[in-house]
Design a protein around this ligand. Structure first.
Ligand code: NAP
Ligand code: G4F
Length: 325
Protein backbone atom coordinates (compact mmCIF):
# COMPACT_ATOMS: atom_id res chain seq x y z
CA UNK A 1 0.00 0.00 0.00
CA UNK A 2 1.41 3.41 -0.99
CA UNK A 3 1.47 6.22 1.55
CA UNK A 4 0.83 9.80 0.47
CA UNK A 5 1.12 13.02 2.45
CA UNK A 6 -1.13 15.85 1.29
CA UNK A 7 -0.85 19.44 2.50
CA UNK A 8 -3.96 21.50 1.80
CA UNK A 9 -6.20 18.42 2.14
CA UNK A 10 -9.11 20.55 3.40
CA UNK A 11 -9.04 22.69 0.24
CA UNK A 12 -10.78 22.21 -3.10
CA UNK A 13 -7.99 20.21 -4.76
CA UNK A 14 -6.88 18.43 -1.59
CA UNK A 15 -10.36 17.00 -1.06
CA UNK A 16 -10.60 15.65 -4.63
CA UNK A 17 -7.05 14.32 -4.47
CA UNK A 18 -7.75 12.53 -1.18
CA UNK A 19 -10.79 10.84 -2.76
CA UNK A 20 -8.76 9.90 -5.82
CA UNK A 21 -5.90 8.37 -3.79
CA UNK A 22 -8.19 6.51 -1.38
CA UNK A 23 -9.99 4.98 -4.38
CA UNK A 24 -6.58 3.68 -5.49
CA UNK A 25 -5.91 2.07 -2.11
CA UNK A 26 -3.41 4.63 -0.86
CA UNK A 27 -3.00 5.37 2.81
CA UNK A 28 -3.54 9.13 2.87
CA UNK A 29 -2.08 11.44 5.51
CA UNK A 30 -3.37 15.01 5.48
CA UNK A 31 -1.92 18.07 7.16
CA UNK A 32 -4.63 20.26 8.72
CA UNK A 33 -4.35 23.65 10.37
CA UNK A 34 -5.69 24.28 13.82
CA UNK A 35 -8.65 26.66 13.82
CA UNK A 36 -11.19 27.57 16.48
CA UNK A 37 -13.93 25.87 14.46
CA UNK A 38 -13.32 22.63 12.55
CA UNK A 39 -12.90 23.47 8.89
CA UNK A 40 -13.19 20.09 7.20
CA UNK A 41 -16.49 20.21 5.35
CA UNK A 42 -14.90 19.20 2.03
CA UNK A 43 -13.53 15.96 3.50
CA UNK A 44 -16.25 15.14 6.06
CA UNK A 45 -17.57 12.37 3.81
CA UNK A 46 -14.16 10.62 4.02
CA UNK A 47 -14.05 10.75 7.80
CA UNK A 48 -14.78 7.05 8.41
CA UNK A 49 -12.20 5.77 5.95
CA UNK A 50 -9.59 3.92 8.03
CA UNK A 51 -6.88 4.76 5.47
CA UNK A 52 -7.31 8.52 6.00
CA UNK A 53 -5.23 10.08 8.78
CA UNK A 54 -5.26 13.78 9.66
CA UNK A 55 -2.44 15.52 11.52
CA UNK A 56 -2.14 19.03 12.88
CA UNK A 57 0.61 21.11 11.33
CA UNK A 58 1.23 24.26 9.36
CA UNK A 59 3.47 25.20 6.45
CA UNK A 60 4.72 28.12 8.56
CA UNK A 61 5.84 25.71 11.30
CA UNK A 62 8.95 23.86 10.15
CA UNK A 63 9.08 21.61 13.22
CA UNK A 64 5.62 20.22 12.49
CA UNK A 65 6.72 19.39 8.94
CA UNK A 66 9.95 17.68 10.03
CA UNK A 67 8.08 15.56 12.58
CA UNK A 68 5.27 14.67 10.20
CA UNK A 69 7.55 13.63 7.35
CA UNK A 70 9.63 11.47 9.72
CA UNK A 71 6.55 9.83 11.23
CA UNK A 72 4.63 9.15 7.99
CA UNK A 73 7.57 8.31 5.71
CA UNK A 74 5.44 8.97 2.61
CA UNK A 75 6.32 7.71 -0.86
CA UNK A 76 4.46 10.64 -2.42
CA UNK A 77 4.04 14.19 -1.10
CA UNK A 78 1.53 16.58 -2.66
CA UNK A 79 2.16 20.16 -1.53
CA UNK A 80 -1.22 21.80 -2.16
CA UNK A 81 -1.36 23.94 0.97
CA UNK A 82 -1.19 27.66 0.25
CA UNK A 83 -2.62 31.10 0.82
CA UNK A 84 -4.23 30.78 -2.59
CA UNK A 85 -6.16 34.03 -3.11
CA UNK A 86 -4.43 36.49 -5.43
CA UNK A 87 -6.22 39.64 -4.20
CA UNK A 88 -5.73 38.73 -0.53
CA UNK A 89 -2.00 38.24 -1.16
CA UNK A 90 -1.68 42.02 -1.68
CA UNK A 91 -3.09 42.48 1.82
CA UNK A 92 -1.02 39.69 3.43
CA UNK A 93 2.23 39.56 1.43
CA UNK A 94 4.46 38.47 4.31
CA UNK A 95 2.21 35.59 5.37
CA UNK A 96 1.70 34.60 1.72
CA UNK A 97 5.46 34.36 1.14
CA UNK A 98 6.03 32.50 4.39
CA UNK A 99 3.35 29.90 3.63
CA UNK A 100 3.75 29.49 -0.12
CA UNK A 101 7.46 30.06 -0.74
CA UNK A 102 9.26 29.34 2.53
CA UNK A 103 6.64 26.71 3.45
CA UNK A 104 7.59 24.76 0.33
CA UNK A 105 11.27 25.11 1.21
CA UNK A 106 10.58 23.90 4.76
CA UNK A 107 8.75 20.85 3.44
CA UNK A 108 11.42 20.01 0.88
CA UNK A 109 14.12 20.37 3.50
CA UNK A 110 12.18 18.08 5.88
CA UNK A 111 12.10 15.44 3.11
CA UNK A 112 15.77 15.95 2.28
CA UNK A 113 16.88 15.82 5.94
CA UNK A 114 14.95 12.57 6.45
CA UNK A 115 16.76 11.09 3.40
CA UNK A 116 13.44 9.81 2.08
CA UNK A 117 13.04 8.22 -1.35
CA UNK A 118 9.91 10.15 -2.03
CA UNK A 119 8.21 11.85 -4.96
CA UNK A 120 7.17 15.48 -4.52
CA UNK A 121 4.41 17.42 -6.29
CA UNK A 122 4.44 21.22 -6.07
CA UNK A 123 1.18 23.06 -6.78
CA UNK A 124 2.48 25.74 -9.12
CA UNK A 125 0.26 28.12 -11.00
CA UNK A 126 -0.35 29.95 -14.24
CA UNK A 127 -0.19 33.14 -12.12
CA UNK A 128 3.60 32.75 -12.44
CA UNK A 129 3.26 33.76 -16.12
CA UNK A 130 1.47 36.96 -15.11
CA UNK A 131 1.91 39.47 -17.91
CA UNK A 132 3.40 37.06 -20.47
CA UNK A 133 0.83 36.86 -23.29
CA UNK A 134 -0.98 33.58 -24.08
CA UNK A 135 -0.73 30.82 -25.02
CA UNK A 136 1.58 29.93 -22.12
CA UNK A 137 3.45 26.65 -21.84
CA UNK A 138 6.40 25.21 -19.88
CA UNK A 139 8.84 27.36 -21.91
CA UNK A 140 7.04 30.67 -21.44
CA UNK A 141 8.63 33.51 -19.52
CA UNK A 142 7.59 34.02 -15.91
CA UNK A 143 6.47 37.52 -14.92
CA UNK A 144 4.25 37.33 -11.81
CA UNK A 145 1.96 40.25 -10.99
CA UNK A 146 1.14 39.65 -7.32
CA UNK A 147 2.76 38.59 -4.04
CA UNK A 148 0.94 35.29 -4.57
CA UNK A 149 2.44 34.77 -8.05
CA UNK A 150 5.90 35.74 -6.84
CA UNK A 151 5.70 33.39 -3.84
CA UNK A 152 4.67 30.51 -6.07
CA UNK A 153 7.50 31.28 -8.46
CA UNK A 154 10.00 30.95 -5.62
CA UNK A 155 8.42 27.62 -4.63
CA UNK A 156 8.65 26.48 -8.26
CA UNK A 157 12.36 27.26 -8.46
CA UNK A 158 13.07 25.67 -5.09
CA UNK A 159 11.43 22.48 -6.36
CA UNK A 160 13.53 22.58 -9.54
CA UNK A 161 16.62 23.23 -7.41
CA UNK A 162 16.05 20.22 -5.11
CA UNK A 163 15.58 18.10 -8.23
CA UNK A 164 18.83 19.32 -9.77
CA UNK A 165 20.89 19.54 -6.57
CA UNK A 166 19.78 16.40 -4.73
CA UNK A 167 18.17 14.24 -7.40
CA UNK A 168 14.75 14.54 -5.74
CA UNK A 169 11.82 13.36 -7.88
CA UNK A 170 10.28 16.82 -7.70
CA UNK A 171 7.60 17.95 -10.12
CA UNK A 172 6.09 21.39 -10.55
CA UNK A 173 2.56 21.20 -11.94
CA UNK A 174 1.77 24.58 -13.52
CA UNK A 175 -1.99 24.49 -13.34
CA UNK A 176 -4.33 26.97 -14.92
CA UNK A 177 -7.55 27.89 -13.08
CA UNK A 178 -9.67 24.91 -12.15
CA UNK A 179 -13.02 25.09 -10.46
CA UNK A 180 -15.81 22.92 -9.06
CA UNK A 181 -18.77 23.09 -6.69
CA UNK A 182 -16.13 22.89 -3.93
CA UNK A 183 -14.38 26.07 -5.09
CA UNK A 184 -13.90 28.69 -2.37
CA UNK A 185 -16.76 31.18 -2.35
CA UNK A 186 -14.56 34.25 -2.91
CA UNK A 187 -13.09 33.08 -6.23
CA UNK A 188 -14.92 34.62 -9.14
CA UNK A 189 -16.57 31.52 -10.67
CA UNK A 190 -18.09 30.31 -7.42
CA UNK A 191 -19.03 33.83 -6.38
CA UNK A 192 -21.01 34.10 -9.62
CA UNK A 193 -22.69 30.67 -9.53
CA UNK A 194 -23.62 31.06 -5.86
CA UNK A 195 -25.12 34.47 -6.66
CA UNK A 196 -27.13 33.04 -9.57
CA UNK A 197 -28.68 30.42 -7.28
CA UNK A 198 -29.43 33.02 -4.57
CA UNK A 199 -30.94 35.50 -7.07
CA UNK A 200 -33.08 32.78 -8.66
CA UNK A 201 -34.39 31.85 -5.19
CA UNK A 202 -35.18 35.51 -4.42
CA UNK A 203 -32.60 35.74 -1.62
CA UNK A 204 -30.81 38.70 -3.20
CA UNK A 205 -31.01 40.63 -6.45
CA UNK A 206 -27.40 41.34 -7.42
CA UNK A 207 -23.72 40.48 -7.11
CA UNK A 208 -20.78 42.91 -7.04
CA UNK A 209 -17.73 42.10 -9.16
CA UNK A 210 -14.48 43.74 -10.21
CA UNK A 211 -12.78 43.38 -13.60
CA UNK A 212 -15.00 41.54 -16.10
CA UNK A 213 -12.48 41.71 -18.98
CA UNK A 214 -9.85 39.33 -17.56
CA UNK A 215 -9.47 36.13 -19.57
CA UNK A 216 -9.00 32.82 -17.78
CA UNK A 217 -8.66 29.19 -18.85
CA UNK A 218 -11.09 27.46 -16.50
CA UNK A 219 -11.06 23.66 -16.18
CA UNK A 220 -12.65 21.13 -13.81
CA UNK A 221 -10.75 20.38 -10.59
CA UNK A 222 -11.32 16.56 -10.35
CA UNK A 223 -9.66 16.16 -13.76
CA UNK A 224 -6.68 18.26 -12.65
CA UNK A 225 -5.96 16.20 -9.51
CA UNK A 226 -5.67 13.13 -11.71
CA UNK A 227 -3.09 15.07 -13.72
CA UNK A 228 -1.11 15.73 -10.51
CA UNK A 229 -1.05 12.02 -9.72
CA UNK A 230 0.00 11.13 -13.27
CA UNK A 231 2.95 13.52 -12.98
CA UNK A 232 4.24 11.54 -9.98
CA UNK A 233 3.83 8.20 -11.81
CA UNK A 234 6.01 9.31 -14.77
CA UNK A 235 9.43 7.76 -15.41
CA UNK A 236 11.30 11.06 -15.02
CA UNK A 237 10.50 14.21 -13.03
CA UNK A 238 9.79 17.33 -15.09
CA UNK A 239 7.32 20.22 -15.10
CA UNK A 240 3.93 20.23 -16.80
CA UNK A 241 1.23 22.71 -17.68
CA UNK A 242 -2.38 21.55 -17.19
CA UNK A 243 -5.03 23.65 -18.95
CA UNK A 244 -8.00 23.37 -21.30
CA UNK A 245 -6.44 25.60 -23.98
CA UNK A 246 -9.61 27.72 -24.18
CA UNK A 247 -9.94 31.21 -22.73
CA UNK A 248 -13.07 33.10 -21.69
CA UNK A 249 -13.63 36.46 -20.04
CA UNK A 250 -15.23 36.78 -16.62
CA UNK A 251 -18.09 38.42 -18.54
CA UNK A 252 -18.54 35.24 -20.68
CA UNK A 253 -18.67 33.12 -17.53
CA UNK A 254 -21.31 35.46 -16.03
CA UNK A 255 -23.38 35.35 -19.18
CA UNK A 256 -23.38 31.52 -19.28
CA UNK A 257 -24.10 31.12 -15.55
CA UNK A 258 -27.00 33.59 -15.50
CA UNK A 259 -28.42 32.33 -18.81
CA UNK A 260 -28.55 28.80 -17.35
CA UNK A 261 -31.11 30.15 -14.85
CA UNK A 262 -32.97 32.11 -17.55
CA UNK A 263 -31.55 35.42 -16.25
CA UNK A 264 -29.74 38.27 -18.02
CA UNK A 265 -26.46 38.95 -16.19
CA UNK A 266 -26.65 42.67 -17.04
CA UNK A 267 -29.70 43.01 -14.76
CA UNK A 268 -27.84 41.62 -11.73
CA UNK A 269 -24.09 42.35 -11.90
CA UNK A 270 -22.85 45.61 -10.36
CA UNK A 271 -19.32 46.89 -10.58
CA UNK A 272 -17.36 47.34 -7.36
CA UNK A 273 -13.82 48.56 -7.79
CA UNK A 274 -12.77 47.16 -4.40
CA UNK A 275 -12.68 43.73 -6.09
CA UNK A 276 -10.04 44.92 -8.56
CA UNK A 277 -6.34 44.20 -7.97
CA UNK A 278 -3.40 46.65 -7.81
CA UNK A 279 -1.97 44.76 -10.81
CA UNK A 280 -4.15 42.47 -12.94
CA UNK A 281 -3.20 39.40 -14.95
CA UNK A 282 -5.05 40.11 -18.18
CA UNK A 283 -5.05 36.78 -20.00
CA UNK A 284 -4.10 33.20 -19.13
CA UNK A 285 -4.67 30.48 -21.73
CA UNK A 286 -2.57 27.35 -21.39
CA UNK A 287 -1.01 24.98 -23.86
CA UNK A 288 -1.05 21.53 -22.22
CA UNK A 289 0.27 19.59 -25.21
CA UNK A 290 3.28 18.27 -23.23
CA UNK A 291 0.98 16.73 -20.59
CA UNK A 292 -1.17 15.21 -23.32
CA UNK A 293 1.82 13.72 -25.15
CA UNK A 294 3.72 12.42 -22.10
CA UNK A 295 0.99 11.72 -19.53
CA UNK A 296 -2.03 11.08 -21.74
CA UNK A 297 -3.82 13.86 -19.83
CA UNK A 298 -6.38 16.09 -21.54
CA UNK A 299 -9.04 18.37 -20.04
CA UNK A 300 -12.57 17.11 -20.71
CA UNK A 301 -14.74 19.86 -19.20
CA UNK A 302 -14.66 23.44 -20.42
CA UNK A 303 -15.60 26.74 -18.80
CA UNK A 304 -19.17 27.19 -19.96
CA UNK A 305 -20.15 23.60 -19.07
CA UNK A 306 -18.48 24.21 -15.74
CA UNK A 307 -20.59 27.34 -15.21
CA UNK A 308 -23.77 25.29 -15.67
CA UNK A 309 -22.54 22.40 -13.51
CA UNK A 310 -21.64 24.82 -10.70
CA UNK A 311 -24.95 26.70 -10.91
CA UNK A 312 -26.79 23.38 -10.60
CA UNK A 313 -24.78 22.43 -7.51
CA UNK A 314 -25.39 25.84 -5.90
CA UNK A 315 -29.11 25.56 -6.68
CA UNK A 316 -29.18 22.27 -4.78
CA UNK A 317 -27.42 23.91 -1.83
CA UNK A 318 -29.94 26.74 -1.75
CA UNK A 319 -32.87 24.31 -2.03
CA UNK A 320 -31.47 22.26 0.85
CA UNK A 321 -30.94 25.34 3.02
CA UNK A 322 -34.45 26.65 2.32
CA UNK A 323 -35.86 23.18 2.99
CA UNK A 324 -34.07 23.02 6.32
CA UNK A 325 -35.36 26.51 7.21
P1 NAP B 1 -7.77 26.22 -1.55
O1 NAP B 1 -9.13 25.63 -1.75
O2 NAP B 1 -7.64 27.64 -1.15
O3 NAP B 1 -7.03 25.30 -0.45
C1 NAP B 1 -5.83 25.72 0.14
C2 NAP B 1 -5.46 24.71 1.21
O4 NAP B 1 -4.23 25.15 1.83
C3 NAP B 1 -6.48 24.59 2.35
O5 NAP B 1 -6.53 23.25 2.77
C4 NAP B 1 -5.87 25.46 3.44
O6 NAP B 1 -6.28 25.11 4.73
C5 NAP B 1 -4.41 25.14 3.23
N1 NAP B 1 -3.51 26.11 3.85
C6 NAP B 1 -3.56 27.46 3.78
N2 NAP B 1 -2.58 28.02 4.50
C7 NAP B 1 -1.90 27.00 5.07
C8 NAP B 1 -0.78 26.92 5.95
N3 NAP B 1 -0.18 28.02 6.41
N4 NAP B 1 -0.35 25.70 6.33
C9 NAP B 1 -0.96 24.57 5.88
N5 NAP B 1 -2.02 24.57 5.05
C10 NAP B 1 -2.48 25.78 4.64
O7 NAP B 1 -6.86 26.02 -2.85
P2 NAP B 1 -7.07 25.02 -4.10
O8 NAP B 1 -7.88 25.73 -5.13
O9 NAP B 1 -7.48 23.70 -3.60
O10 NAP B 1 -5.58 24.98 -4.67
C11 NAP B 1 -4.66 23.98 -4.22
C12 NAP B 1 -3.25 24.45 -4.52
O11 NAP B 1 -3.10 24.65 -5.91
C13 NAP B 1 -2.88 25.79 -3.88
O12 NAP B 1 -1.50 25.72 -3.55
C14 NAP B 1 -3.09 26.80 -4.99
O13 NAP B 1 -2.27 27.93 -4.79
C15 NAP B 1 -2.68 25.98 -6.20
N6 NAP B 1 -3.34 26.31 -7.46
C16 NAP B 1 -4.69 26.37 -7.55
C17 NAP B 1 -5.29 26.62 -8.77
C18 NAP B 1 -6.79 26.67 -8.90
O14 NAP B 1 -7.27 27.20 -9.92
N7 NAP B 1 -7.55 26.11 -7.98
C19 NAP B 1 -4.51 26.81 -9.92
C20 NAP B 1 -3.11 26.73 -9.79
C21 NAP B 1 -2.54 26.45 -8.56
P3 NAP B 1 -7.67 25.69 5.37
O15 NAP B 1 -8.75 24.82 4.78
O16 NAP B 1 -7.45 25.49 6.82
O17 NAP B 1 -7.78 27.12 4.93
O1 G4F C 1 -11.25 33.66 -9.36
P1 G4F C 1 -10.07 34.53 -9.16
O2 G4F C 1 -9.90 35.15 -7.83
O3 G4F C 1 -8.83 33.65 -9.60
P2 G4F C 1 -7.32 34.02 -10.00
O4 G4F C 1 -6.93 35.36 -9.51
O5 G4F C 1 -7.20 33.78 -11.47
O6 G4F C 1 -6.49 32.94 -9.18
C1 G4F C 1 -6.90 31.56 -9.16
O7 G4F C 1 -6.28 30.89 -10.22
C2 G4F C 1 -4.84 30.82 -10.13
C3 G4F C 1 -4.37 30.06 -11.37
O8 G4F C 1 -4.20 30.97 -12.44
C4 G4F C 1 -4.47 30.12 -8.86
F1 G4F C 1 -3.11 29.98 -8.78
C5 G4F C 1 -4.99 30.90 -7.67
O9 G4F C 1 -4.67 30.18 -6.46
C6 G4F C 1 -6.51 31.00 -7.79
O10 G4F C 1 -7.04 29.71 -7.67
O11 G4F C 1 -10.08 35.72 -10.23
C7 G4F C 1 -10.19 35.46 -11.62
C8 G4F C 1 -10.40 36.78 -12.36
C9 G4F C 1 -9.36 37.85 -11.99
O12 G4F C 1 -8.93 38.49 -13.16
C10 G4F C 1 -10.14 38.84 -11.13
O13 G4F C 1 -9.65 40.17 -11.20
O14 G4F C 1 -11.66 37.31 -11.99
C11 G4F C 1 -11.51 38.70 -11.74
N1 G4F C 1 -12.60 39.13 -10.84
C12 G4F C 1 -13.55 40.03 -11.18
N2 G4F C 1 -14.37 40.23 -10.14
C13 G4F C 1 -12.80 38.74 -9.58
C14 G4F C 1 -13.92 39.43 -9.13
N3 G4F C 1 -12.15 37.84 -8.80
C15 G4F C 1 -12.62 37.64 -7.54
N4 G4F C 1 -11.99 36.72 -6.74
N5 G4F C 1 -13.71 38.31 -7.05
C16 G4F C 1 -14.39 39.23 -7.80
O15 G4F C 1 -15.36 39.83 -7.35
Amino acid sequence: MKRALVTGITGQDGSYLAEFLLERDYEVHGLVRRSSLLNRSRIDHLHDNPRLHLHYGDLTDGVSLVNLVRMVEPQEVYNLGAMSHVKVSFEMPDYTASTNAIGTLRLLEAIHAARLECRFYQASTSEMFGSTPPPQNEESKFHPRSPYGASKLQAHWVTVNYREAYGLFGVSGILFNHESPRRGENFVTRKITKAVAAIEAGLTDHVELGNLEAVRDWGYAPEYVEGMWRMLQADEPTDYVLATGVGHTVRDFCEAAFAHAGLDWRDHVKHNESFERPAEVDALIGDASKAEAELGWKAGTHALDLARLMVDADREDVARLLGEG
